[in-house]
Write a protein of this length. Structure first.
Length: 168
């Protein structure tokens, strides 16, 4: 089995790889824009186990690995960092450390939702932000009207939405 410890960044990733059958290890720096990372994971023997820290902007990478048939484990970044003895941190050391945690059975794996649940959560977050924007607009309009001495209460919203939509 192939195990890969991955220090993921938006434009590249540093990986430390272990072949459990031969005991050989390798290090690679893989660029995303050139397709180097995708070619690397396509060439791996199946199934490979890839471990990464929980970071943002990695959804495309997780989908790619799952599509290629590799197992993906996401680790708690704060626990991974807390288990790191050495203060000076480099990408190569971090990738090797992630791999070492897995080999020693200490990798702090966390649960990640499936693609459908992630999409649903993203839609809920987007809706929540839209509601916040609408509330801020209403509050600002109310504030402006009160400063002009006009108090229409709930009628203000009906007039604003009807006339605002026709003039906008």
């Amino acid at each position: 089995m192939i195990m890969v410890g991955c220090d993921f960044h938006p434009s590249y990733q540093q990986v430390a790889m272990l072949d459990t059958e031969t005991g050989r290890t390798k290090d690679h720096k893989l660029m995303h824009a050139t397709g180097e990372a995708e070619r690397f994971y396509r060439a791996l023997a199946f199934p490979a186990l890839v471990e990464i820290e929980a970071v943002g902007n990695d959804q495309w990478f997780l989908c790619l690995l799952q599509k290629l048939g590799h197992a993906v484990w996401i680790g708690d970044a704060s626990q991974i960092r807390a288990s790191y003895v050495r203060k000076q941190k480099t990408d190569r050391r971090n990738a090797k450390h992630i791999l070492r945690l897995l080999v020693e059975g200490r990798f702090p794996r966390i649960w990640i939702p499936g693609a459908e649940m992630r999409d649903h959560r993203q839609l809920l977050i987007h809706r929540h932000k839209l509601v916040q924007i609408c509330t801020r607009l209403k509050n600002e309009l109310q504030h402006l009207m009160l400063n002009q001495g006009t108090q229409k209460k709930h009628k203000l919203w009906r007039v604003w939405f009807v006339t605002g939509a026709s003039h906008g």
